[in-house]
Every structure is written in C-alpha cells, then in structure tokens.
Ligand binder design. Sequence first.
Ligand code: MLT
Length: 264
Amino acid sequence: MKKVLDLCGRKLSYQEQGDGNPIVLLHGFCCSSDSWKEVIPLLSQKYRVIAPDLRGYGVSQHTSVHAAISMEEMAEDIQNLLDALEIDKVDIFGHSMGGYVSLAFAEKYPDRLKSLSLIHSTALSDTDKGKEARLQSINTIEEKGMGTFLEGFIAKFFAPDRLENRDVMTKWAFEIGIKTSPSTAIGCLLGMRERPDRNHVLGSLQIPVLLLAGSQDLIIPKERTFSVHDEHIKQVEMSGCGHTSMFEAPRELVEIMINFLVNN
Ligand code: MLT
C-alpha cells in the first residue's frame, strides 16, 4: 500500500517497508516505485526501505504542463520527504533517471547521504545525439501517444540475450509505464536533456559510491556508467544484464546492494 504525504501543498506518494537503517530507492524514467516490486520485500528483511514516486509519477503531483521537470526539483522533493519522515542520513540507490536525481541530491545535500549508488545510470550529461533523441521522443509522444513511445522504449530495457521471462517483463514494464502522463514524460525528457555533467560531484564525494552497470545495457552502456575511477568508488558489472536489473535479476541486484552496504 502506498502512503501519501502533503509536501508544501503537493502530494507525494511512496512505499515504505521494513526496519533498520533507512534506504531510499529512486526509480527511472516512465517507471514508478512499483518497478522495485521484487526488490523491496528482499531488502526490507534487513533495512527500512523507502521508495518514492518521483514528481509526476504515482500520485506524486507536478504542477506545470509540458515544462521541464528538473532533476534538482525532484531532488528537493526527496529532501522534503526525508524531513517529513524525520530521517537524517540515508543510503540512496538511483536507477537511471533516479540516478540523475540522486546526483543532484548529492550536490545539494551531501550531508544527508551515507552512500550513493548509481544503478544503470551515469554522471555524464547527454551527448548532442542524445539531446536530439530526446526531442524525437517528445515528437513521438505528441504525435503517436504514450503507448507507441513506450513500446520502443521498453524494447531496449532488457539484455538482447535475455529471452527467459521477456514477455512477462515487457508486460509488467508497460503496465507501469502507461500510467505516466504525457506531460510528465515530456517534462522528464526536457529535464534529463538539460541536466549538467556531474562527474565532479561523484569524484568529490567523501562517502562510498557504487556504480553498477549491465554488460548488455542498450540505453546506458557501461562505459558511461563507469565514468569516474577513484578509491571511494566501487564498480560492479552484472554480466548478461541490460538496463533494468530490478526486473531482470532482482535477487542478484539485492545481493550486490547488501554486499555494498555491509562492506562500507
Ligand atoms: C531511464 O531509464 O531512466 C532513462 O532511460 C534514462 C535516460 O533516458 O537517460
């Protein structure tokens, strides 16, 4: 059951399960906290897991129509959520766009973080080609609708070699994604398009960092995830995994997450 908070006059929904050290899970683009469905029950055996619906997702509201939803605004929502739950410091795991939000959070509120993990994400900004692709995606949504856009987007979620459960995972991802309104999707595309490079944030953090990549990620290739090398940064490659280990290999993902948390 999702809980709903009123944050400065706007609703924010989130899932919460378990006791122990608090962990925040931030979902990716056209996903929601439901994309952590397999992960939350496993992680919550050891931790207090908090999985918000980012601005515009679930019943979390965003107010503007067809304007950019910035990574910084969504990071601010997470800070407000932590305040409302009276949580001082957390370990944040951000999947893809959720990773961009967690980097904006790390830049603005470094004192609230115990560790930061980017799951199939990157600290790099969009390339020129990537920025152009964002505009094409907006075009597709405006001209053909969310269903057509999602079919193309979700086709890139899973490793090409991963045939087992592919239809089930595709259906599940589509069911989550189709709940995204066009204005949220367009807002996030514009927000991701304008996000800055945050390699300097990753490099200068004084806390443990995990960079996790799928060897067959068609959306964010591992070279873009492993963009900074430093002593405080652990890099893990999931062999045979695509862009969505929370769908494709949730048990393996949780094992990596717990291993990182326990050893830091
Ligand atoms: C995501 O999965 O959140 C997005 O694909 C990230 C992106 O498009 O950069």
